[in-house]
Design a protein around this ligand. Structure first.
Ligand code: IZC
Ligand code: ZN
Length: 414
């Protein structure tokens, strides 16, 4: 059968298809082909192989792309973002330089709470325009699927506004958006001292969000001084009952048992984990929870990095994401995050690419559709301006993308 589009002369094709390897490192068990081609039909992968392509895959209508020995990977997946928000927080950067911490700023009514104010004030149209601009940047870095959380409303109306922006953007531009409800992102100042009332309020929001089909996942900021283990458990259990899949911001600043709770509740992913305990690592190891690591946040907050090597040694599966948000990681650049991961988490090139492809997909429950180049999956691919995976991690701070293909269409080219 003839294809609509065929990429040939690929130097290195990382398919990210998981394969059996004798090597015990299950973060390196992905297929990498040299001298390869990929054929695309009706937006999905029709065929792929090594060497010269079969002539029956081409007819007079097929668009042929000579990759010129370049590196080709699946479209990258940014599986943790706070995409939709009003305003920005550059003032905090300079408060931090004078010694204030992320939590000091939040406790003084800034941080997340200042973004909540700006997001409440913004119209839906303004939020769409701002987030669309970020999505355009993400696409240039090779990102074809993202997760996007609410959590800058903390009231029903604004949370719904954020989630509706996700829905609008999912239709209006090429990147696929998976929605997460994160009403439990901070305690509003007016609820301080009677936090239980706020928990009740969040629990009442859950069925409404579910009924309107606005989010697939429910997430919470489980952290000392934000939501305790007990409060997180209460909200997440209720969400699970209603059919939400779960995520948890765990052990970002202090180790309070968030990863252990992730294991207990069988969340799809557990986020951050910079301060994860040995018991927390064991909990992830003994479950299928993906450890979604956000090293851009460690970098930007000048904090410790998650103990990723230890986790990998224990068999934990790692995803890497930007955590794009206006406070702790104001950058849409997933390639920079991959470079930080290679440098500071000591991840190998194969581990890094697995973490932003098939494992990114697993952490948003999309592994049957995206995250690897396999027959029948969405034709989401990136052609890089590089012949090797090592090079795009080494030459840091720049964009290595040459072309992005989403659902079989060229959506970005330089
Ligand atoms: O706006 O500060 N960590 N939530 C939890 C964030 C960072 C986003 C923010
Ligand atoms: Zn986050």
């Amino acid at each position: 059968m003839a294809s609509d589009l065929l990429i040939y002369n690929i130097g290195t094709l990382v398919t990210s298809k998981e394969i059996d390897i004798s090597n015990k490192n299950s973060m390196e068990n992905i297929e990498i082909l040299t001298d390869a081609y990929v054929a695309i039909k009706n937006g999905t992968i029709l065929f792929l192989g090594k060497g010269p392509y079969d002539k029956t895959l081409v007819d007079s209508k097929t668009v042929l792309i000579d990759a010129d020995k370049a590196l080709v990977t699946p479209g990258l997946i940014d599986s943790h973002t706070h995409l939709v928000h009003g305003g920005s927080r550059e003032n905090e950067m300079f408060l931090k330089a004078k010694g204030a911490t992320y939590m000091d700023i939040l406790n003084a009514g800034g941080g997340i709470l200042s973004t909540v104010k700006a997001t409440k004030k913004a119209t839906k149209e303004e939020l769409v325009e701002k987030a669309k601009d970020s999505l355009k940047k993400m696409l240039t870095f090779g990102v074809t699927t993202i997760e996007s959380k609410s959590g800058y409303g903390l009231d029903l109306e604004t949370e719904i506004k954020q989630l509706e922006v996700n829905k609008i953007l999912d239709k209006e531009q090429p990147i696929d958006i998976v929605s997460t409800f994160m009403g439990a992102h901070a305690i509003p100042q007016e609820y301080r001292g009677h936090e239980e009332e706020f928990i009740k309020k969040i629990i009442k929001m859950l069925p409404i969000i579910k009924e309107r089909n606005l989010a697939e996942f429910c997430d919470i900021f489980c952290e000392h001084g934000i939501f305790s283990i007990e409060q997180s458990k209460e909200i997440l259990k209720e969400a699970k009952k209603l059919g939400f899949k779960l995520k948890i911001h765990a052990d970002e600043i202090e180790s309070i048992g968030g990863a252990e709770l992730a294991g207990e509740l069988e969340t799809t992913s557990s986020e951050h984990l910079m301060a994860i305990s040995e018991k927390g690592i064991l909990a992830l190891k003994n479950s299928k929870v993906i450890a979604n690591i956000l090293p851009g946040t460690s970098f930007y907050l000048k904090k410790e990095y998650a103990p990723v090597r230890k986790m990998i040694e224990q068999g934990v599966q790692i995803a890497l994401s930007t955590d794009y948000n206006p406070g702790s990681c104001p950058s849409e650049n997933l390639q920079l995050i991959m470079q930080i991961a290679a440098l500071y988490l000591n991840m190998s090139p194969i581990e890094v690419i697995k973490a932003v492809t098939i494992n990114g997909a697993k952490s948003i429950n999309r592994e049957s559709e995206v995250g690897s180049i396999e027959i029948g999956k969405k034709a989401d691919l990136v052609i890089f301006n590089s012949k090797s995976l090592e090079y795009i991690l080494y030459h840091f701070g720049i964009n290595h993308t040459k072309m992005v293909i989403k659902n079989g269409k060229i959506v970005y080219e330089i």
